[in-house]
Design a protein around this ligand. Structure first.
Ligand SMILES: [Zn+2]
Length: 297
């Protein structure tokens, strides 16, 4: 592959969550790993702008956005399982601005990746599961509104189903939501366009076969103008919040399958989850996705 993917990053993605299971320092560490890797020296790293409330409003309801603006820890907010303060809300608006920029860059350069984002548990009217804004849904809606795309496909391979995304697009014929996740895990599943729930303990061979077969089906059924790849690395065998048994190599193969299945369509990737026992594994796995998009694997 000769295309150079565009990466999106800001130092302000990093949040201080204290002793939280979400490794919020991972953004900086991933960026640092890429900075020190000679192979990424010719790649562009762009700084995003903060998402506007108007852009967020293409997906989210006014009362909920008002809570975020006023830092009002309401019933719409508390299910984030995160603290609510200005720094965190700003980090979500910036991370979501990064996803929108990645989507725009994908349309221009074919491949882009936000080194944050994938907040797929956020619903239109409430927060959930470490997610305040549904960045991928917002990026799609904004680009549709601007008439830059008509149809979008969301490939969500985080170990947890993207319940917020599935619900947001439940009645939309222009957005196809596809998910492979662990069936017996958070969250309660929402009806998506194609949901595949795997048994706990599923390992590489079965996982990659299911992925290959189902992506073929999706390609036949749906012709998107843009693909959003939610590249969560929590299907990893040593993840604290995931019960699948996918190896590092298996996740790299997963990323190449997604890349190669849609090699003729603009695609952007976002990080989503990753809670490995050893945080360095989470970083390595996200860097692996960057390597795959860059064609190094
Ligand atoms: Zn997850």
């Amino acid at each position: 592959m000769s295309t150079l993917p565009i990466f999106i990053y800001s130092e302000n993605y990093n949040m201080d969550l204290g002793e939280h299971v979400f490794p919020s320092v991972k953004y900086r560490v991933i960026r640092e790993a890429l900075r020190q890797d000679e192979r990424f020296q010719h790649h562009k790293f762009l700084e995003p702008l903060m998402l506007s409330y108007e852009e967020a409003g293409t997906v989210h309801k006014k009362p909920y956005l008002e809570d975020l603006k006023q830092l009002n820890f309401s019933k719409r907010v508390y299910r984030s399982e995160l603290p609510l303060n200005r720094m965190i809300v700003d980090a979500f608006f910036l991370g979501s601005g990064g996803t929108l920029l990645a989507a725009e860059m994908a349309l221009q350069h074919r491949l882009a990746m936000n080194l944050a984002g994938g907040f797929h548990h956020a619903f239109a009217d409430h927060a959930e599961g470490f997610c305040y804004l549904n960045d991928v849904a917002i990026a799609i809606r904004v680009l549709q509104k601007q008439k830059k795309i008509r149809k979008a496909l969301v490939i969500d391979l985080d170990v947890h189903q993207g319940n917020g995304t599935a619900r947001i697009f439940r009645n939309s014929r222009s957005v196809f939501t596809f998910s492979i996740h662990e069936e017996k895990n958070y969250p309660p599943k929402e009806k998506g366009s194609l949901n595949i729930g795997l048994e706990s303990g599923t390992s590489d061979e079965k996982y990659l076969q299911v992925l290959t077969d189902s992506l073929k089906q999706v390609r036949k059924k749906f012709k998107p103008d843009l693909v959003a790849y939610v590249a969560g690395v929590d299907p990893y065998e040593n993840d604290r919040l995931g019960g699948l048994s996918i190896s590092k190599e298996g996740l790299a193969t997963r990323d190449t399958i997604v890349r190669d299945t849609f090699s003729d369509i603009p695609m952007f990737a976002v990080l989503a989850g990753g809670y490995a026992i050893n945080t360095q594994d989470t970083v390595d796995l996200h860097v692996q996705t960057c390597e795959v998009l860059a064609g190094f694997r």
